[in-house]
Structures are given as structure tokens and as C-alpha cells.
Design a protein around this ligand. Structure first.
Ligand SMILES: Nc1nc2c(c(=O)[nH]1)N[C@H]1C(S)=C(S)[C@@H](COP(=O)(O)O)O[C@H]1N2
Ligand SMILES: [Mo]
Length: 510
């Protein structure tokens, strides 16, 4: 009789430890894939979404602002009880206990699946948590088999060995789960806190998110690039996580007075909203490392002038939280182009991968010499005093964007003979594009129609109607800058300061 009860307790303990191991793995997986949907959060969110209002009110009146903590504890208790029952059942029949684990993790997977904010990987933590719990439960039921056998047909000496084995397994699983949970915290950093702070943030809104009239050419990519589609380039293996409340910027070096700003200080200043096309120096001819967004932020010129740069200074060295640095010519920050400290992109707080909470945007310069994300420090200095991150790695210290053009359509597909729309983008930020021409099979250049542009700091779209004959043909595009200079036609690779050459597309007509 006593022995039976001992078995039950051990089964229950095994079940609870299996669940804990699963939850620990779930939290680490959530941290690694960057989803907030740990198994408990998934179940809790689904619960919050479905709970009747009177129960929600009751919970708030009981627990106040701790209602979320109360919910978490409640969910953990329910999981613990079910896991204990599963553990007891699995002493005799592993599958009986396993079914409870499958049902629980299945519910969490389903809950994660139905959440709008869970993304494509939201179900992974709950699924791997379930698999882990199943495996650990199996280990426990194996360990308890000899004890079960001896409770039915006793043979003394083995019991002590089996009990010790069970104890060792329990200790191992408990310690392992704790270690994994700690790992999850380290890997995740304060990712959830940052995601939450980003969601709560209220920022000055641009008057309109819509592109200005007439900028879109039929057949070209969307003139305004959605945040989710915006190219991302950086050296950050794990994206820096900064809550706005902790953000500080120091502007120092060759200045009359050092400036120290926090996020609230920044928001108190005059805010501007401006469409700027960002480009990466690594963009190949015809490539897509370019995007156009409506940025909101504070003009850097005002801040720099307040600090009072020395006459001998010719650069700023901007540094990110993770140690990336960019060297930017001071004149590009003090002229009228409105280089800015941006905190919003297309009306939303910067996405974390795009520099949350504050980055630099300088019209006309490649990102590697200007667009520092997760900005924390600006030193006013001289180019002969430092090198930016990419300079010793084979890229030029200066990186003005080169006049370029790209064909967006037709691309890699067959078209039918007759009128065909040829369209794309051309850019020369802070200089401007005045003309775009297209040619077929090396023939005469033909003038394309330009769409509008709100300023010289964005790309400019164009289109041209081609009366396409049968066969395979080569289309090429070239742009002219605001002064009428054509783009460089000879091919050069991206290193050290930007690719040149004509974008050429082969099209099958037939
Ligand atoms: N902190 C940090 N900022 C950075 C970089 C980086 O590696 N680290 N890369 C730069 C480069 S090379 C480019 S092209 C732009 C890209 O910005 P995006 O990822 O928002 O498109 O960010 C710039 N800012
Ligand atoms: Mo870049």
C-alpha cells in the first residue's frame, strides 16, 4: 500500500518536472526565434481574447494591475495539476500520461496559431515544449517501471537502486530546466519588454502616410516600401534591445558644449516627417538593397548647432549600442537636406531590426557611412582621427550614393508581342533625377516618362511603352542627374564605394 502511494507521488513529481522542462525549452525557443508566444503566453493570450467581460472585470477588481501575473500563476497551476495527473497515469501506461501532455501542448499550439501577432513561428515554442515534455515523461516512466514491477512482485534489493535512479533523474531534470530557463532569459534579453515598450509608444504622426500624388509608375515597385519589405543590413547577430526609457544619446567631442538627450528630450523638439530613399553600398546593379520610407524624427542640424561644432571638425563618428560605427561628413549634416535622428518609419516606431528606438537617416549617403541604427553616441571629430566600421574592411571612408537605375518590369518572364510596359526606379538622392532612357538590343536610347517626386531625396519612378516584337531581347536603362550628367555605364562591383553599370534584362517575347 505504502509502496503504491510512493509510486503515485513519484509519478506526479515526474509529470510536473516533465512539464517544467517543456516550459523551459518553450521559453528558450521563443527567445531564439523572437516570438513573444511562450506556451504560457500563448494560452494566456487566447484566454484573454475569449474571456467574458464580467470575468475580466472581476479579475481586475481582485488583482488590479497584477491581473496578468495572476493569470500566469493560474495557468501554471492548472498545467501543474494536469501534468501531475498525467505523471501518475503514465506510471502504469505511458500513453495515458502522454495524451494529457499532447492535449495541453496542442492547445497552446492552437492558441499561438490563432493570435494575430504570433507570426509564422509563434507555434514553435509550444510544439517543442510538448515534444520535450513527452520525452522527459518517457524517461520518468522508464525509471518507475522497476518500482511498479516490485510493487506487484516484490524483490527487495532493486528498490533502493531504482529509487536512487529516480532521484537522480528528478534532480537532473530540475537542474537542466533551470539552466535552460536562465539561458532563455540571457538569449531573449529584454526582448519582450522592448516589444511591449515599442507597442505602447505614442509618437507624433505624419499628416499623411500616403505617397504624394503622381509618384507611382505603373509596373514599378511600390513607391513607398512597407516596413516588412524594407531591406535589412547590419552586423548585429542578435538585434540590440533598447527600451526608450533607457535610451540616451551623448553628442560630444569637438563641440562647445556637450549635449545629453533622452528619448523624452528628443520628442520635445520640433519633429519633421520626410520621405527618404535609403540605399546600401552593397547593392548590385539591378539589386534590391534599396527602400523608400516616410521617416519621422528631429533634424540633426539643430542639435549639432546647439552643441556648437568646432571649425576644425569635419565629421561625426556615430556609434550604435552594439559597437557599429559610421563616419559622416559634417557638411552633409549641417546643410539643408534635413539629415535626421529618426524614431519612426512609415508612421510606426522604428521596427527593432531597423534601429529602435533611434537611428540616423542622411539623404544622399549610403547606409554604411550614415544610417547608424540603435544609435547611442555621436562624436564630432575629424576623419583623420578615426575610421568607421567598414573603412578598414575595404570600403571608402566617404560614401555618396551613385546615380543608378533599375528595371522592375518585365523581369524573368515571357511577354506577348505588342505594347509592353517597361518600368522601374532611378535614384540619385539629394541630387535628383532629370531623365531616364531605355534601349532595346543596344539600339537608340528612348526617353521614358518620369513620375513625380516630392524632393530630390527619394527615388524617381519611370515607365516606357515598348512595342515588343517576337524573339529574345535585351532591355537596358540609364538615368541622368539633375545637372544632365548620365550615369556611369562601365561595370564596377559594389566595393569600395558602390556599383556602376547599366541594368540589363533579357526578355522573351512570344
Ligand atoms: N548599428 C548598425 N547600424 C547600421 C548598420 C549596422 O551594421 N549596424 N548597417 C548600415 C548599413 S550598411 C545600411 S545599408 C543600413 C541599412 O538600414 P536598414 O537595415 O534599416 O535597411 O543601416 C546602416 N546602419
Ligand atoms: Mo549598407
Amino acid at each position: 500500500m505504502n509502496q503504491r502511494r510512493g509510486l503515485w507521488w513519484r509519478g506526479a513529481l515526474g509529470g510536473v518536472l516533465a512539464a517544467l522542462a517543456g516550459l523551459a525549452v518553450g521559453s528558450v525557443v521563443a527567445a531564439v526565434v523572437g516570438t513573444p508566444q511562450t506556451p504560457v503566453v500563448a494560452i494566456g493570450s487566447a484566454f484573454i481574447d475569449r474571456v467574458p467581460p464580467w470575468l475580466k472585470d472581476l479579475a481586475i477588481s481582485w488583482f488590479g494591475t497584477h491581473d496578468k501575473t495572476a493569470l500566469r500563476i493560474g495557468i501554471l497551476l492548472v498545467i501543474a495539476v494536469l501534468a501531475a495527473v498525467g505523471g501518475i497515469l503514465s506510471v502504469r501506461r505511458y500513453w495515458a500520461g502522454a495524451l494529457i501532455t499532447i492535449a495541453l501542448s496542442g492547445a497552446a499550439v492552437a492558441a499561438a496559431y490563432t493570435r494575430a501577432d504570433s507570426g509564422q513561428t509563434g507555434f514553435l515554442p509550444s510544439m517543442l515544449a510538448g515534444v520535450t515534455a513527452l520525452l522527459v515523461l518517457r524517461l520518468f516512466s522508464r525509471r518507475l517501471e522497476p518500482l511498479l514491477a516490485s510493487s506487484i512482485d516484490r524483490h527487495g534489493p532493486d528498490d533502493a537502486v531504482s529509487r536512487r535512479g529516480f532521484l537522480q533523474l528528478s534532480a537532473g531534470v530540475a537542474l537542466g530546466s533551470a539552466a535552460i530557463a536562465v539561458l532563455g532569459k540571457v538569449v531573449g534579453g529584454n526582448r519582450a519588454a522592448v516589444a511591449d515598450a515599442r507597442k505602447q509608444l505614442k509618437l507624433p504622426q505624419p499628416p499623411s502616410l500616403a505617397p504624394p500624388a503622381g509618384v507611382q509608375a505603373d509596373g514599378a515597385v511600390p513607391w513607398g516600401t512597407a516596413n516588412a519589405d524594407f531591406y535589412r543590413i547590419d552586423t548585429a547577430l542578435s538585434v540590440p534591445q533598447i527600451v526608450p526609457a533607457d535610451w540616451k544619446l551623448r553628442i560630444h567631442g569637438m563641440v562647445d558644449r556637450e549635449l545629453n538627450l533622452n528619448f523624452d528630450d528628443l520628442l520635445k523638439r520640433q519633429v519633421i516627417h520626410k520621405w527618404v530613399t535609403l540605399t546600401c553600398v552593397s547593392n548590385e546593379v539591378g539589386g534590391d538593397l534599396i527602400g523608400n520610407a516616410l521617416w519621422s524624427g528631429v533634424v540633426l542640424k539643430d542639435l549639432l548647432q546647439e552643441a556648437g561644432p568646432s571649425k576644425d571638425a569635419d565629421a561625426i563618428k556615430s556609434t550604435s549600442k552594439d559597437g557599429f560605427t559610421a563616419g559622416t561628413p559634417l557638411p552633409t549634416l549641417l546643410d539643408d537636406r534635413q539629415a535626421m535622428l529618426a524614431f519612426a518609419m512609415n508612421g510606426e516606431p522604428l521596427p527593432v531590426e531597423h534601429g529602435f528606438p533611434v537611428r540616423i537617416v542622411v539623404p544622399g549617403l549610403y547606409g554604411y557611412v550614415s544610417a547608424t541604427k540603435w544609435l547611442v553616441d555621436i562624436e564630432v571629430t575629424r576623419f583623420d582621427q578615426f575610421e568607421g566600421y567598414w573603412t578598414p574592411r575595404g570600403w571608402s571612408a566617404l560614401g555618396p550614393i551613385k546615380l543608378s537605375s533599375r528595371i522592375d518590369t518585365p523581369q524573368n518572364k515571357k511577354v506577348t508581342p505588342g505594347p509592353v510596359t517597361v518600368a522601374g526606379v532611378a535614384w540619385d538622392q539629394h541630387v535628383g533625377v532629370s531623365k531616364v532612357e531605355v534601349r532595346v538590343d543596344g539600339g537608340p536610347w528612348q526617353q521614358a516618362t518620369l513620375a513625380a517626386d516630392p524632393s530630390v531625396d527619394t527615388w524617381r519612378q519611370w515607365h516606357w511603352t515598348w512595342n515588343a516584337p517576337h524573339g529574345t531581347h535585351l532591355l537596358q536603362v540609364r538615368a541622368f542627374d539633375a545637372q544632365g550628367n548620365p550615369q556611369v555605364e562601365s561595370s564596377a562591383p559594389p566595393a569600395p564605394n558602390g556599383a556602376t553599370g547599366l541594368h540589363t534584362v533579357s526578355v522573351k517575347v512570344g
